[in-house]
Design a protein around this ligand. Structure first.
Ligand code: ATP
Ligand code: MG
Length: 237
């Protein structure tokens, strides 16, 4: 293995002669990863016939510099746990092992350089994040490097997003997919844990166990749905 490929740490993909492989990249802060992310990736995999989806927790997220973001190792560990059961999912350390600010265009450039031309790149986002693409660093380059997949997300207007992408003049190839609505966000999960509320069924039991064991998001004593009565009382407020 060359020094360059050792540094890159990506799964090997070696398409048989004449075969095109389709590689999905699901980027995010994943603080924590939840069922919204997993559903988006799975539906994108199916709709676009992706061979593999890389889940890439961001190292130093370019847009969250001011916010408090959990340690990259914790976010990566939860990503490993959440994706373990799906053989088409792969949790990647690629961005967290890179120093400094993470730009998606740099990741796409590195993936493009790493894999043969017979591996096609598909960058997966929700309806909110697709709009960020327009303001991202080197948007035109990104458009050249990958096809984009934008999934519906409750609270965000995908039709308006599509209009704005088209009006931008940047030649993004975006495939819009409708997925079953899951109004789950990492922000809401963090807030619930902080407020001592249940996060069961919003993310996997394994991720919840990790949050609990490592004291992420400063959980209160009943943060994990173990006190059903108190939860019920809260609903009635
Ligand atoms: P935060 O609240 O911290 O911003 P988040 O839930 O938005 O977290 P991110 O890590 O910011 O999660 O998102 C990563 C990607 O997953 C983005 O492309 C985002 O649009 C998409 N995504 C996250 N949750 C959903 C969801 N419930 N439905 C559709 N797309 C989603
Ligand atoms: Mg977000």
């Amino acid at each position: 293995m060359s020094d360059a490929s050792r540094a890159v740490k990506l799964p090997s993909l070696d398409p048989a002669a004449g075969r095109i492989m389709r590689l999905g990249i699901m980027g995010g802060t994943f603080d924590p990863i939840h069922y919204g992310h997993l559903a988006v990736a799975e539906q994108a995999r199916e709709a676009l016939r992706l061979d593999l989806v890389l889940f890439m927790p961001a190292g130093s997220p370019a847009f969250k510099q001011d916010a408090r973001v959990s340690d990259a190792e914790d976010r990566y560990a939860m990503t490993v746990l959440a994706t373990a059961a799906n053989p088409a999912f792969y949790a990647s350390r690629f961005e967290i092992d890179r120093p400094g600010v993470t730009y998606t265009v740099d990741t796409l450039r590195a993936l493009r350089a790493h894999y043969p031309a017979s591996v096609e790149l598909f960058f997966i986002t929700g309806a909110d994040a697709i709009l960020d693409l327009l303001t991202w660093h080197d948007a035109a380059d990104m458009a050249r490097l990958a096809t984009f997949i934008a999934a519906t997300r409750p609270g965000y207007d995908i039709v308006q997003a599509q209009r704005r992408v088209e009006a931008s003049g940047v030649g993004f190839d975006v495939r819009y997919i409708e997925i079953p609505a899951l109004a789950i966000s990492s922000t809401n999960i963090r807030d619930r844990v902080r407020g001592g509320k249940s996060v069961r069924y919003l993310t996997s039991e394994s991720v919840i166990g990790y949050i609990q064991k490592n004291g992420l998001y400063r959980p209160g004593p009943d943060a994990f749905g173990t006190d059903a009565l108190e939860e019920g009382e809260q609903h009635g407020r």
